[in-house]
Design a protein around this ligand. Structure first.
Ligand code: SF4
Ligand code: SF4
Length: 165
């Protein structure tokens, strides 16, 4: 699937992506409920982005005993505030991993295996929550502040082509 990637070199650690993500999904600016995050080391200033690789990873889906993480087709059109973005106007159709909350028992198996620490228990709904690419308009990309940095962007992967075949 086209998935969101954060460039560790370009990211300035402003956390706007986390604000956009939580505002879209939770109705308020709550970075602790964002589905991606940037980890800024206060000593070394090294920045590490954490975002879901979707079907290119799928460790959570493999680990789920309830088959609660399902593959859904989605068309993504990242339309950020800045019209100069190179991806602006392009659409990409592929696959995303979604949590089916009606099946999730909050067992935590997926939390243990995620290599990027981007699937967690939702504190209010007590089910797993993760990146779903915002119905095709990823708000992290829209909110990434610096149009010259373009730190948060979409990437394509080979798995997407396999699923489409
Ligand atoms: S917490 Fe939910 S989605 Fe995660 S492995 Fe358990 S049942 Fe599956
Ligand atoms: S939530 Fe984590 S384990 Fe699941 S696909 Fe994304 S990166 Fe992989």
């Amino acid at each position: 699937m086209p998935h969101v990637m954060i460039s560790n070199k370009k990211c300035t650690g402003c956390h706007m992506c986390e604000l956009g993500c939580s505002a879209f999904h939770e109705g308020g600016f709550q970075p602790s409920l964002a589905r991606l995050f940037t980890d800024v080391n206060p000593t070394t200033a090294v920045i590490k982005g954490h975002s879901c690789l979707q079907t290119a990873c799928a460790k959570c889906q493999e680990a789920c005993p309830e088959d609660a993480i399902v593959t859904r087709q989605i068309t993504v059109k990242p339309a950020g505030e800045f019209s100069s973005r190179e991806k602006n106007g392009d659409t990409v159709t592929g696959f995303v991993l979604i949590v089916d909350e009606s099946k999730c028992t909050n067992c935590g198996d997926c939390y243990e295996v995620c290599p990027y620490d981007v699937i967690h228990e939702h504190p209010a709904r007590e089910v797993a929550f993760k990146c779903d690419l915002c119905d095709g308009d990823p708000q992290c990309i829209a909110f990434c502040q610096n149009k010259y940095v373009l730190a948060v962007d979409l990437k394509l992967d080979k798995k997407d082509k396999e699923l489409r075949a």
